[in-house]
Design a protein around this ligand. Structure first.
Ligand SMILES: *Cc1c(COP(=O)(O)O)cnc(C)c1O
Length: 494
């Protein structure tokens, strides 16, 4: 080896500049023309495999410029574009362009945000981001937390903190089998699937979940919650936590948080809120009352990559007393020298969550919060809600549509043909087929929800690119396709 090492992985300054400029030009064009593209090219796995080719691991390297240019084409032309104004599926937002720049910048410096000494400014930026997220949703500054990859991980992080805090202390050393009593957790039937993963992964088992029924408004039935807790206490169980949902994934309903909080206090249970989707709506003054009781939560999960429009991945776990995270996740191996911190006490994020080495996902959240500001978010989120209400009203007025539910920014509705509109099973079948047609068509992307046993089309507005014009056009597409699918299906069945 010569004195200065020439390595195949390095990209020299001038070349990097050239490739980078070209890439940024291409991305600008992509963002500028996204509305004219299909939402999805709807290619099959085998078509995509053919495009990719079946070559083995490359033996020798290729020029970076060529690789970046090929990948740009691949991604722009063969992706589902959740940044498209007519993408309203699941809860995946359009990504803030500044978030894309932030990820490039973060990866270029590549701080390891596991320890302060390895990521001095990045750690402080993440701490500030967490503080701002608390302010955003309106919980006191005593909360602390950590950025994670998404809602599932945020909920897992809080779940583990709850288990540490509320399970018998012997569990830390002897495991949960150290008690013969069953540890139980409480949540409504609308709770996201993360809870099942959590009880399986963290040793409680699926029988530990008490699925509490919902009332007619789809909120957790609190009478049933209290009865179930009491009966478990009489039957040798150890209730740990109640999960309230702030914006359920299907229909956007927010549980009655303040009453859940009262019940948690009464029985000394951990109160967790899954606000992965909905909690940013607390920034809207007239919706604030929906979230009363949130400031009593022991922990809250939220997802900047949903309604804060951050690019994937960014979730956040907030805990009222962050010491619970340290009690749960901290360890001090001899090979870490992370405790010398100059003036204050350095916060080492590896002690606050599941990850050890950690990327700088805070940067994209931090920058978007500053680019948009509190007032900007109030406007964006408010507009998303208005568009959802507009779609609901249009569906209500249209003779071939039934408006089914509207909460936060989620609208569910279904197509109902003018003739024979009452056959329950037929309508479910028809709407499922319609959804598949719409998704494959590439003009609009909706998802589905089963609401009151009705198979519904579901539109979730977490998309700053969607306009009223889009909503009107989407209505036309649905009616046009609904008629077609009905014609075909009714002919098949007759
Ligand atoms: C999306 C969502 C989750 C899961 O979040 P991911 O970011 O997909 O892991 C959990 N709970 C609720 C209420 C959600 O909306």
């Amino acid at each position: 080896m010569k004195e200065s090492r020439k390595s195949s992985i390095e990209i020299e300054k001038e070349e990097f500049r050239k490739i980078g400029h070209q890439l940024i030009d291409d991305i600008s064009d992509f963002i500028g023309s996204i509305a004219q593209k299909p939402v999805t090219p709807n290619e099959s796995p085998s078509q995509l495999q053919e495009i990719l080719g079946n070559q083995p691991l490359p033996e020798n390297g290729k020029p970076a410029s060529e690789l970046i240019s090929t990948s740009t084409d691949l991604l722009f032309n063969h992706s589902l574009l959740n940044g498209h104004p007519k993408f309203l599926g699941y809860i995946t937002s359009s990504a803030s362009p500044i978030g894309a720049l932030a990820d490039l910048l973060a990866a270029s410096v590549n701080p390891n945000v596991g320890a302060h000494v390895l990521s001095p400014i990045a750690t402080e930026i993440e701490k500030q981001t967490v503080r701002w997220l608390c302010e955003f949703i309106g919980v006191p500054s005593e909360y602390g937390g950590i950025l994670v990859s998404g809602g599932n991980m945020a909920n897992f992080t809080a779940f583990l903190a709850a288990r540490t805090a509320k399970a018998p202390k012997s569990c830390k050393e002897d495991g949960i089998q150290s008690t013969s009593k069953r540890l139980t957790v409480y949540c409504s039937k609308t709770t996201h699937t993360w809870i099942e993963k959590a009880v399986i992964l963290f040793g409680l088992g699926t029988k530990s979940i008490r699925w509490i029924q919902t009332d007619p408004s789809n909120k957790m039935d609190l009478q049933a919650l209290e009865t179930t807790i009491k009966s478990d206490l009489e039957n040798d169980c150890i209730p740990l936590m109640v999960v309230g949902t702030a914006g359920d994934v299907s229909t956007g309903v927010v549980d009655n948080l303040s009453e859940i909080s009262t019940i948690c206090k009464k029985f000394d249970l951990w109160f967790h809120i899954d606000g992965a989707y909905g909690v940013p709506a607390a920034i809207i003054p007239k919706l604030r009352k929906l979230f009363h009781g949130m400031e009593d939560a022991d922990s809250i999960a939220l997802d900047p990559h949903k309604w804060l429009y951050s690019p994937l991945e960014a979730g956040c776990a907030l805990v009222k007393n962050p010491q619970h995270l340290i009690d749960t996740f901290s360890s001090h191996p001899e090979y870490y020298n992370f405790s010398n911190s100059g003036d204050g006490v350095a916060q080492n994020f590896y002690e606050y969550g599941l990850q050890n080495s950690r990327g700088f996902r805070a940067l994209k959240v931090w920058l978007t919060l500053q680019q948009v500001g509190r007032s900007g978010y109030e406007k964006l989120i408010g507009e998303d809600i208005q568009l959802s209400e507009m779609l609901f009203d249009l569906a209500k007025k249209h003779p071939e549509l039934e408006a089914v539910s509207q909460n936060l920014s989620i609208t569910t509705f279904r197509y109902i043909p003018l003739e024979n509109p009452k056959n329950k099973e037929y309508l479910n079948q028809l709407n499922e087929k319609l959804l598949n047609e719409l998704q494959a068509g590439g003009e609009v992307f909706l998802s589905n929800a089963i609401v009151f046993e009705k198979y519904c089309l579901r539109a979730c507005f977490v998309n700053f690119r969607t306009s009223e014009k889009d909503v009107k056009e989407i209505m036309e597409i649905i009616i046009r396709e609904g008629r077609k699918v009905h014609l075909k299906l009714s002919q098949q069945l007759s």
